[in-house]
Design a protein around this ligand. Structure first.
Ligand code: ASP
Ligand code: MG
Length: 367
């Protein structure tokens, strides 16, 4: 059961989370939590500000978590070592005037570690024995791509060993993992959903529940289309497509571990726990009587189109183009190639277009 930032963002919301989880007992759920709403942004901003010698945001971050503990009536003392670690990291950034992706992950990961401790303490106070677990300590091993790490195959057995079996309710951090060498990593923004399916797949869970503040996956973005409606079911393939093309409910990698093990994923609303939400399963029935299930979109995309007579005469031009994109670290979102094969068009994010053009130039007009 994964609860996002808006579900744990305030003390009264944590009380709701506790009641929802209590309703699942005596089955043995594992709870995965995000940082409190806005805290990841705060920690990333703290990193950037520390680079300029400004550590003032530390106070606000500390206060927010201590106040939440106080409002929930739990001891804030267990937060102090973490807040001290955070201050030390920020001070390190300001001294060294250096902010690497690795350091950013350590900073950002403090949000989930603080939240898991507070939420676990709140469960215990409400009579549900619980323990906070840092996924980074519980075997969520990843590669070394700081800021966007992917889980390693051996994580499964380690997570199973750490999280199954008797014991209190585990309240596990979303978003973070660690490398084989012991460095903290993050799974990318909104990565807590991904943590939940990684853990659910490792444990062979009956279902993975993703609790947020909407009634599931909708026919369109409800902020844009007020009449948007939640969908009852979707297939993994349909949900992946929506996540990649801008659907906000799920992180695009989220479904991969669940798909691999055939574990259904359900998107639910913390503020309307009786609503059935959207169930994502291997094969969903087609929507009744309509041609489309949902509409997603992505803004700020650009088409680059390359035409060359060389594409007619021999293979390899496309490989060169996409090789250039790969070496520049540019994500290609969509590709099309004309049947005559002398034109390749592809889509990149607006923000990546400078890098894409420079890389193409370097590849085709070498000095
Ligand atoms: N706290 C992280 C973020 O804001 C991960 C998550 O919430 O899923 O990106
Ligand atoms: Mg989220």
């Amino acid at each position: 059961m994964k609860f996002g930032g808006s579900s744990v963002g305030a003390p009264d919301r944590i009380a709701r989370v506790i009641e929802i989880v209590r309703g699942r007992l005596p089955r043995k759920p594992v709870v995965v939590v995000s940082s409190f709403r806005g805290v990841t942004d705060d920690l990333l901003a703290l990193g950037r500000e520390a680079l300029k010698g400004d550590l003032s945001r530390l106070d606000a971050v500390g206060r927010r978590h201590r106040d939440a503990a106080k409002a929930l009536g739990v001891d804030s003392a267990p937060l102090e070592p973490l807040l001290a670690e955070l201050a030390e990291l920020a001070r390190g950034v300001s001294l060294l005037k250096e902010l690497t992706p690795r350091t950013l992950d350590r900073l950002a990961g403090c949000g989930e570690r603080l939240s898991a401790r507070i939420v676990a303490a709140a469960f215990a106070k409400a009579g549900v024995p619980a323990a906070a677990v840092d996924a980074s300590e519980a075997g969520l091993l990843t590669d070394e791509r700081f800021g966007e790490a992917a889980p390693l195959p051996e994580a499964d057995a380690l997570l199973r060993a750490a999280l199954s079996g008797p014991g209190p309710l585990r309240v596990v951090t979303g978003f973070i993992g660690r490398t084989r060498g012991g460095e903290m990593t993050t799974l990318g923004r909104n990565g807590s959903d991904f943590s939940a399916t990684i853990i659910g797949a490792a444990l062979g869970a009956e279902e993975v529940e993703i609790w947020s503040d909407v009634d599931g996956i909708m026919t369109a973005d409800p902020r844009l289309v007020p009449g948007a409606r939640p969908l009852e079911t979707l297939s993994f393939a349909e949900a992946c497509e929506l996540a990649h093309y801008g659907g906000k409910v799920l992180h695009p990698h989220t479904l991969v571990p669940a798909m691999r093990k055939g574990i259904p994923v359900r998107a639910l609303n913390t503020f309307k726990p009786e609503h059935p939400g959207t169930r994502i399963v291997a094969a969903a029935a087609p929507a009744h009587g309509v041609a489309l299930k949902s509409i997603a979109f992505k803004r700020h995309q650009l088409i680059l189109s390359a035409s060359s007579p060389r594409m007619l005469s021999g293979p390899g031009v496309a490989a060169e183009i996409f090789g250039a994109m790969k070496s520049a670290g540019v994500n290609v979102r969509m590709i099309s190639q004309g049947a005559s094969k002398n034109n390749v068009a592809f889509v990149v994010e607006d923000a990546a277009v400078d890098a894409a053009v420079k890389a193409l130039h370097a590849r085709f007009f070498p000095i």
